[in-house]
Design a protein. Structure first.
Length: 449
């Protein structure tokens, strides 16, 4: 059943208040009519997707968040409300909101456009703008389709058959051979901005982030939107006038990645490693859970598991379970993808995980390839605290001995309480015992005769 969650109910005026709806086991993102809050302004909806593996099955949950911006400091009441989600009604008892003032809040906040925009002739226009004009293959670029109308525009505009028009428009502006992360705009709400010192209202009609999969420029043709209009002043027209607004064509340059042996097979974005070990020390044969998490900005949905390197017989590493969280907001796609491994060591010692896992990616900000490698080490068997001497006895890496010719090298690292068991020695002992019993049997039979 869907669940309603509130953000912090006591917050400064600069920080928005949020209402989130968590929809478990949902592949689709429904449209939600969030309530209005007195003295608050709705500031857009963000959405994220959480994917997890449960009993071998992929379970997807939706998290839809409505942001509210307080217009003044004080105490306000969010009355009880209910939401209908997929024909299911969920209720909330409401909450009291305390908005704290600040010095910065007492000053008027200027409104500016999200990206530099040069309005064409006229006080209303349609624009399709990219977040970047030059990108690498696999790097994300946001496309935003907006309709702008000046505050002093002398006509009343009505959006007609908007859903049908947007279906035709999005077919034209979606780049081919590109991965799409749609922000799913569900409300047509104006946002006050300033362009060239003039006040406009922006209606965002469509916004998505695209990750091109091929090394060729993206060319998007002009698209048109039809609206009905009638003059504000003067006698009412018998029939509203239909007027068409057109955008300008776009070209986004897509650059090839720099030369690399794995070019075309690595992820593109800005990422960092988030890792954890269930336990720092285990015994031989015990399993331990290790999480290799990749967090940052990029095409989270397509991230692949790290590469296993230097595979040896000192441990078994089983295929990982995957879990991902994707956040789509503004012109960015962020999140994390976590790969959970089970490791079963076979020998005593120290296993530096940096020798077993690595994940290579290309960072478009630094314009170079980078590698995420673990910093954790798994200690196997009994022993004291971690010391510099442990690095000479690590498993999965080459020991660095200061005196390789000495027979006493590494003696300090040996564990006298843990004696290795030789299978060949056990077999020899059993064979010797059987031979002794056979000889005794032959002697007994000989004397009986």
């Amino acid at each position: 059943m869907p669940v309603i969650e509130f953000g912090e109910t006591t917050f400064p005026i600069e920080r928005p208040f949020t209402i989130s709806v968590i929809i478990p086991s949902s592949e689709t993102r429904p449209s939600i009519a969030f309530p209005d809050i007195p003295s608050f302004t709705k500031k857009g909806i963000s959405a994220s997707v959480t994917t997890s593996e449960i009993n071998g099955k992929t379970v997807t949950s939706q998290v839809i968040t409505q942001n509210y911006q307080a217009r003044a400091a004080g105490q306000f009441q969010l009355p009880p409300f209910r939401l209908t989600i997929n024909d299911e009604v969920i209720r909330s008892e409401g909450v009291t909101l305390t908005v704290k003032g600040s010095v910065a809040a007492s000053q008027p906040t200027p409104t500016t456009a999200v990206a530099p925009i040069t309005p064409p002739a006229g006080a209303a226009f349609l624009t399709l703008r990219p977040s970047k004009n030059d990108i690498y293959t696999g790097e994300g670029v946001a496309l935003t389709l907006s309709f702008f109308v000046a505050d002093n525009y002398p006509y009343i505009l009505d959006f007609t058959a908007l859903d049908r028009q947007l279906q035709n428009i999005t077919k034209k502006i979606r780049p081919v051979n590109a991965w799409e992360e749609n922000l799913n705009i569900s409300e047509l709400k104006p946002v006050n901005i300033q362009i060239g010192g003039k006040k406009f209202r922006e209606y965002r009609l469509y916004q998505a982030v695209f990750f091109p999969l091929a090394n060729r420029s993206i060319r998007i043709p002009a698209v048109a939107l039809q609206l009905n209009r009638r003059p504000i002043i003067g006698p009412p027209a018998a029939q509203p006038e239909t007027i068409s607004f057109s955008s300008t064509p776009l070209t986004i340059n897509v650059k090839a990645l720099p030369p690399h042996p794995l070019r075309g097979r690595v992820a593109i974005g800005t990422f960092r490693l988030e890792e954890s070990l269930e336990r720092q020390r285990v015994q031989v044969g015990q399993s331990v859970r290790y999480r290799f998490g990749i967090a940052g900005e990029g095409n989270i949905a397509t991230l692949t598991a790290p590469t296993l390197v230097n595979e040896t017989d000192n441990a078994d590493i089983f295929p990982p379970e995957e879990r991902q969280v994707i956040n789509r907001q503004g012109d960015r796609v962020t999140g994390r993808k976590t790969f959970t491994y089970f490791i079963v060591p076979h020998q005593n010692g120290v296993i530096p995980l940096a020798n077993r896992f690595q994940w290579i990616f290309f960072d478009p900000q630094s314009q170079r390839y980078d590698t995420l490698q673990p910093g954790l080490r798994l200690r196997v068997g009994a022993g004291g605290q971690d010391s510099a001497a442990d690095s000479a006895a690590t498993l999965g890496s080459t020991s660095q001995n200061t005196n390789p010719g000495s027979i006493y090298t590494g003696l300090a690292q040996l564990d006298s309480t843990d004696q290795p068991i030789s299978t060949a020695a056990i077999i020899r002992i059993i064979a010797n015992v059987l031979i002794v019993f056979m000889l005794l049997g032959m002697i007994f039979v000989f004397y009986r005769k």
